[in-house]
Design a protein around this ligand. Sequence first.
Ligand SMILES: [Zn+2]
Length: 688
Amino acid sequence: MTRVTVYTLAIALTLAGSANRNSVFRIATLQAEEANYLVGCGSADITGPAAGFPMEGFVRKDRLTKGIHLRQRARAFIIAERDDTPSAGKRVVFVCAELSMIHSDVYREAMARLKQRFDGLYSEENVIISATHTHSGTGGYHRYGADGPLGAGFFFEQLDGIVTGIESAVVEAHNQLRPGRILIAQGDVADAGANRSAVAYRNNPKEERSLYPHDTDTEMTLLKFVGGDSAEQALGTVNWFAVHPTSMTYNNFLISGDSKGYASIKFERLMGVTHRKPNEFVAAFAQSNCGDVTGNLNLNNTGPGKDDFESTGIIGQRQLDVALQLYEDASEELSGPIDVRHTNVDFSELAVANEFTGSGPQLTAAACYGYSFAAGSTEDGGGHPLFHEGMKNRNAAIDLLSYQMFPDSQPDKHIRQLQFPKAILFAPGAAKSASGLAQVMPLSICRIGQLILVVGPAEYTTMSGRRIRRSVQEAFGDAAKYVVIAGYSNGYGGYVSTREEYEMQQYEGGHTLFGPWTLAGYQQEFVRLAHAMVEGAPVDPGPALDGGPIPVKRRTIGFGTDQAPEDAKFGDLFVAPKSKYTRGQRVEVAFWTGHPRNSFHTGGNYLSVERRLADNWETAYTDADWETRCQWQPSLNSDQPCQINIIWDIPADEEPGEYRIVHHGSYRLEAEAESQSFDKATASFRVE
Ligand SMILES: [Zn+2]
């Protein structure tokens, strides 16, 4: 089947409902014997406060949410051996969360709750929580740097909302566990990423570069989950592909999962998913080694579309097209043992052997940010104007400023030597008081039959990922047919560039926290885990995680109370729809409402676009969809009466008919009182 046919059929499927989805997405011909594994999928909302709340990804304190374009979700997959007994190591959980990163606060809190709920069945030993690295999600959910000059503040309710969503997704996947099969397929995604640090990449040895056709990894690896011994149920899919979700740039103030969020919601809607029923299909677009890969193909914070929205749609669609094709084509079944080796590694001064450095025994170094960290990635919009990529020489004025801002985080001579040639901006790894920055990193190798997931907490560049994959592949030999980097997982330890890239001190080198031998250290430790797995040997769990929780100010999300509108009620229309639209047009309406920070909750929706059926209304779109946007006005506070502006871009192929827009709002008139919820609809209008 061609890609276009699959896509057209999939659209037809959406319109026809989900009942016959398997007649469209043909289940690959499978042998009649028993399914290999128990499989389960689940998902839950983790969207942060929709207005006036810090966003995370670009380290800009002035970036506060104004509304929602795409909701943030956590998607979970559990794979267990068929003859599983409740012992860790025989099953694995992969959670793909639409977050900027998995800070140790999220990881610790999620592990504590999962361990308690499942009596130890799920723990650090078999759970992977991975971030898509969207740069348009909300922040404020971790303590690291929260009260510092670059921090967003710490809001426990926001951390709680995220961890509750992750836990709910795992619970749903666990409750759904059933005999099933996993099919795997790989394919190339063309023109969905460009290397944003070509000058660093080109400093890698020529012979090594000549092994690869591109300066980014174009490969997508996809798993397809089907349930039942006869594999009749389409349960879910997850894929790994490396591209920075920065298509929505720092000029965007709407919550968004970026290109990966686009692809996930579109895939799920094609499968008839509503997010309002249990056990629906789950489609996750997970992150890999995208450290130096941008979706801004013009390499100047723009492209390939005319604006952020169009660029996100294009980069998302390119991933979606390949995922749909791989999902359709996948026919190779994963089979064989499930196994995990997990350890914590202290990178603050790790001894790395000659086998991995090629330059004799070396040491990693206490975590330091370089000047070029502050420069940001020029191709993704840049950072502070005082800085530029490639800075290697110290500057007395900058060092003085750094000393004033970070008096406790200054490197000594030893650290400077180990970090050479990085010009050090500040050194949280050298702080005498707890900085909240983790230097002990959780690492795992996870095997599901012929697939090996290399699970690390960092932003690996293209070539770093390749070196790690090569090292791990060698350790496994033929046992590993597929080796995939699952970056941004279980913690956050900055970037990992190769030693040669590090020398150039581009943004990624300046953000490679543990010095020039960081990558070699990761290779060494992943190979140690791989060898242990091959030999069936246990591994030392390593030191306890560090980095938190540290004392910070606890902030509350709510501002207090909402202001009632004058001469109107909450839920009244401020801007009404027209009576008639043609397909392809934009519908814009506005309601009086409360501020979302005053009644914060995850889940639910602020808006629905409803289509009239014979004598009732059916939800066609919500605020989770690409076709809608909602925005609060004013967004920053609730001192004045507040409106929600709702946009629905009517697709060119929308079904003609009668529609209306519903706002699901809430408000709070007294600080201590329960918030009041309401659902108010516009008059209906025709779409022709
Ligand atoms: Zn990044």
